[in-house]
Design a protein around this ligand. Sequence first.
Ligand code: 5AD
Ligand code: SF4
Length: 491
Amino acid sequence: MTSENKTELERQMKYIEQCKVYTAAFQVEHGRIPRACVVTFGCQMNARDSEKLSGILEQAGYELTDSEEEADFVLYNTCTVRDNANQRVYGRLGHLNSLKKKRPYLKIALCGCMMQEAAVIEKIQKSYRFVDLIFGTHNLFRFAELLSTVLASEDMIVDIWEETDQIVENLPVKRKYNYKSGVNIMFGCNNFCSYCIVPYVRGRERSRTPEEILCEIEQLVEDGVVEVMLLGQNVNSYGKNLEHPISFAELLRRVEKIQGLKRIRFMTSHPKDLSDELIEVMQRSPKICRHLHLPLQAGSNRILQAMNRHYTKEQYLALVDRIRHAIPDIAITTDIIVGFPGETSADVDETIDVVRRVQFDNAFTFIYSPRTGTPAAAMENQIPEEVVHENFDRLLFEVQETAKSRAALLQGKVMEALVEGVNEQDPAFVTGRLSNNMLVHFRADRRLVGKFVMVILDACHGFYYTGRMVDWLSQTKHTRLGKMVDNQWLN
Ligand code: 5AD
Ligand code: SF4
């Protein structure tokens, strides 16, 4: 840890102590511990940030709740990658306002990517005066300080930074799952895809040092984590700007060596930076999951160029060939945008052609959403909504068909699943995740959550399976499951 980081950490811990004075006073006044609710919009990065924000709230003396109705402090961690994410926040703010009218001591805070946009701040200051605190992505590590300020104030506090080069480590974290965790390996993005607002709201690329990352993962494993998801906007460019540069593949080699860690995932990979070294490391690794999220965005070379993606359809297809050749059982998923300025039906045919050839295991399809300040938003040839919808539906049909046929290939196989939770519909069932990211529901004891089991994939339901756990005797033959016998899981 650098001395700058240490000082900042100590400062924030002092602010947490100050917040405790407030929460203790609340308890005396209301006869109960104050409750805080953190609502996450958007991606895995935000989900991880929310765990950090929740950790601070908990240390400050709040009890965490999922219910906004019950909460005394509500924090929205927002996303702005598409406009519908922003609209959802505005919609829900209306509801919070009515809650606040009933309970004037309710504090409302907003943070995350959407808050990095000047127009958003202006709108909230004008039309949502009841909001108490607004901060952005670059000063998230100062949350304890901001919390202590807002708890002692009646005014709206707004603190947005344009950028930061600081990475503050070791703040408290409240993890959502005991057995798996996200781990930030880098922040920001330097790619400036022409449609994307992320580089403007998350800033330039900054990598954490491998030492910090390894230390965090070792700690997580000590706490019982068996699976990590390494997080970055473009993990393939990890480490390039460090004082001692290191490749992402090399980082993976080091993470892999951590004893007790069973599964490694990562996202997101930019196709332009995916190296043969990475493919080789994945191929050899028993821990790196058989899943790669490789955003295509578009299949037409003309559109890819206008998107500033730095690869062609042919290069993408060749890359997929190399990956599938080296790792035949890998699942490849993707993101696709429909309706980018100037995109014709013929361009979408090119995208559909890629979908058919690659046979994605899953694809997230998005309607292009103009984001103020990005080059694409200023392009003249924006596409009318009816045309976009027609193309979107055509693409979605192909995506669903290929995903279903890919999923069907697993029918009857016996595979290892990490049990992630009790099934919401039927508590006699649990949900497990396979290495390739496929979900399987099967009858099992809830105490298996966080454990690995072997499952027979009986019936494919398009995007998930129902199955059966391999019986106890054959389980014991499997080395990882030997542990379950020690724990006397099954009787
Ligand atoms: N409009 C629609 N989709 C977008 N994405 C990013 N920016 C936009 C936008 N302006 C999609 C991309 C990216 C995913 C996280 O969100 O497909 O990979
Ligand atoms: Fe956005 Fe492109 Fe960076 Fe991904 S790589 S965050 S799409 S600019």
